[in-house]
Design a protein around this ligand. Structure first.
Ligand code: HEM
Length: 440
C-alpha cells in the first residue's frame, strides 16, 4: 500500500438525509460541487449512512481496478438493492464471483450473441411497427415496453411462457425492485417503496422458480434455458436458487439500462437531424434482418450510442464497501465504509472532455478519440472484474432497435428541450420524453 496521508474531508449535511436530496435533484451539480469543494475523495452522509465518495477518473479507476481487493460489491450494492437483487452476479465477490462469472460467460459467447441477435430482429421489427405516431409521442415508456418484450423473447423464450397479465406483473415487480434503491425508508413497511420491492422480489422468485423445471427438461435457445444447461469443463453448474437469482438480476441489468440509452439517442437524433440522416443512411444499407457482424460494421450509429452513454450513463454511480483499510489518492479509507464510485462526473468534466455538455459523437471517431484522454474517462459499463458482462449484448440490442427505428420512423425534438430526469433509481425522463414521431 502506498503512503497514507489523511482521512478524506467530510461534508456534513442534514442528519440521516445528508446529501441524498441534492443527489436526487441533480446528481451532476451535486457531484461537481463535491469535487470542487472537497476534492476527489471525500465523505458525505447519504441515505442514513456515511459514504466515501470517489469523483473523477483517477479516484473511480482506483476502486474499479481494486488492486488490493479492498472494495467489495455485496455489501456496497447490498445496502442499496441487496434484498431485491441478492446473489445476482454483481452482488457476489472474489472467488465466488469469479466462479459464477466463469460459468455465466458461456451464455455470452459470440456464438450465443449471434443467436440472440437473430431472435431480436423480428421481435424489434414487429414491436416498433405497433407504435402509434403522434406529435407528442412518449418515447421512454414505449421503449420500456419494447425492451421488456425483447427480454421476454431473448431471455425467457417468448410469450408462451406466461400470459400478458403475468408478464405485466413481472414488469411491475422489476420496477418496484429498482425503485427501492434511494428509498429513505429502508424496512419492509407496507405502502413504502421498500415494502413494494420486497413483495416484487418474492413474486419474481416464485415466477422463475415455477418455470425452472420446464426449462431444464425442454430447453430452448433463450438465456433462461442456457443458464439451466451451462456446465464448465470441470463440471460446475448453477443450482436452482442460483439460476433464479441470476435471472432476476440479469433482467434488471438489461432492462432499464438499454431503455434509457435508446431514449437518450432518440432525444439527440431528434435535435440533430443531420445525425439522424447519417444514421438512417447506415441503417438502410443493412439487410432487413442484420446479423451481429452487420451491426458490428456500423460506424455512425456506434458513435452516437457511445456519445449517448457518455451524456447519460445508465448507471451513474456504482457502490462498494471496503473489506479492509485502503488508500485512494493519498486518503485513508477504513474497513467497513460504504463507497460511491461516481462515474457520471468523469463523463462531464471539462478537465477531461472538450465542451462536455455538447452532443458531439465524432469525439469518439478514430481521428479524435477523446475518450482516450484518460483510461477511466468513459466507463458506462464499469471496469475491473465486475465490468458489465452484457456489454456486447447491450450493444447488439441497442443497435438493432435503432436500425429498425430509423427505417420505420422519422422524429424531431424541440432544439431547446432538456429531459427532466429522475434520479430516484436509474435515470429516466420524468415526462416520458416526448418526440414528434412520423412513419416513413
Ligand atoms: C446500456 C446498457 C448497460 C449498461 C450501461 C450497463 C452497465 C453496467 C455496469 C456499470 C456494471 C458494473 C457494476 C459494478 O461494477 O458494480 C454492470 C454489470 C453487469 N451487467 Fe450491465 N449494463 C448494461 C446492460 C446489460 C445487459 C443487457 C446485461 C445482460 C444481458 C447486463 C448484465 C450485467 C451483469 C451480469 C453485470 C455484473 C457483472 C459482474 O459483476 O461480474 N448488463 N453493467
Amino acid at each position: 500500500m502506498s503512503q497514507i496521508t489523511s482521512s478524506p474531508p467530510r461534508r456534513r449535511g442534514l442528519p440521516y438525509i445528508g446529501r441524498t436530496l441534492d443527489y436526487v435533484r441533480n446528481p451532476q451539480t451535486m457531484m461537481r460541487s463535491q469535487y470542487d469543494g472537497w476534492g476527489p475523495v471525500s465523505d458525505i452522509d447519504f441515505l442514513g449512512k456515511r459514504w466515501t465518495v470517489l469523483l473523477g477518473p483517477d479516484a473511480c479507476g482506483a476502486a474499479l481496478r481494486n488492486a488490493d481487493k479492498a472494495f467489495a460489491n455485496k455489501d456496497g450494492w447490498g445496502y442499496l438493492v441487496g434484498p431485491f437483487f441478492d446473489r445476482g452476479l454483481m452482488l457476489l465477490d472474489f472467488e465466488e464471483h469469479h466462479r459464477h462469472r466463469r460459468i455465466m460467460q458461456s451464455a455470452f459467447t459470440r456464438e450465443r450473441l449471434e443467436g440472440y441477435t437473430a431472435t431480436l430482429q423480428p421481435a424489434v421489427e414487429s414491436g416498433l411497427a405497433r407504435w402509434q405516431p403522434d406529435t407528442r409521442f412518449r418515447a421512454y415508456p414505449a421503449l420500456k415496453e419494447l425492451t421488456l418484450d425483447l427480454a421476454t423473447e431473448v431471455f425467457m423464450g417468448g410469450a408462451d411462457l406466461a400470459s400478458a397479465d403475468e408478464l405485466e406483473r413481472v414488469n411491475q415487480a422489476f420496477i418496484d425492485c429498482v425503485q427501492a434503491a434511494t428509498s429513505l425508508v429502508r424496512f419492509n413497511v407496507p405502502g413504502t417503496r421498500w415494502g413494494r420491492a420486497m413483495r416484487g422480489r418474492k413474486f419474481l422468485e416464485e415466477f422463475f422458480g415455477r418455470h425452472l423445471a420446464a426449462k431444464r427438461n425442454d430447453p430452448g435457445d433463450d438465456l433462461f434455458s442456457v443458464l439451466c444447461q451451462l456446465e464448465t469443463d470441470d463440471g460446475e453448474r448453477f443450482s436452482d436458487e442460483d439460476i433464479v437469482s441470476h435471472m432476476i438480476f440479469l433482467l434488471m441489468a438489461a432492462h432499464d439500462t438499454s431503455t434509457i440509452t435508446v431514449s437518450t439517442v432518440m432525444q439527440h437524433l431528434g435535435q440533430h437531424p443531420e445525425w439522424q440522416e447519417r444514421c438512417r443512411a447506415e441503417a438502410l444499407a443493412l439487410p432487413l434482418h442484420p446479423t451481429l457482424a452487420d451491426l458490428g460494421e456500423l460506424v455512425d450509429i456506434d458513435l452516437v450510442m457511445k456519445e449517448s452513454l457518455r451524456l447519460v450513463p445508465p448507471v451513474p454511480v456504482v457502490a462498494r464497501k471496503t473489506v479492509k483499510d485502503t488508500e485512494v489518492l493519498g486518503h485513508h479509507i477504513p474497513a467497513d465504509r460504504l463507497v460511491a464510485v461516481m462515474v457520471h462526473l468523469s463523463h462531464h468534466m471539462d478537465e477531461v472532455w472538450p465542451d462536455p455538455s455538447a452532443f458531439d459523437p465524432e469525439r469518439f471517431a478514430d481521428s479524435r478519440r477523446e475518450d482516450k484522454a484518460h483510461r477511466h474517462a468513459w466507463e458506462p459499463f464499469g471496469g475491473g472484474v465486475h465490468k458489465c458482462l452484457g456489454m456486447f449484448f447491450a450493444g447488439a440490442e441497442i443497435k438493432s432497435i435503432l436500425v429498425h427505428l430509423l427505417r420505420q420512423y422519422s422524429w424531431s425534438v424541440e432544439p431547446g428541450y432538456v429531459a427532466p430526469m429522475s434520479y430516484l433509481s436509474l435515470p429516466f425522463p420524468k415526462d416520458g420524453q416526448p418526440v414528434h414521431l412520423t412513419r416513413r
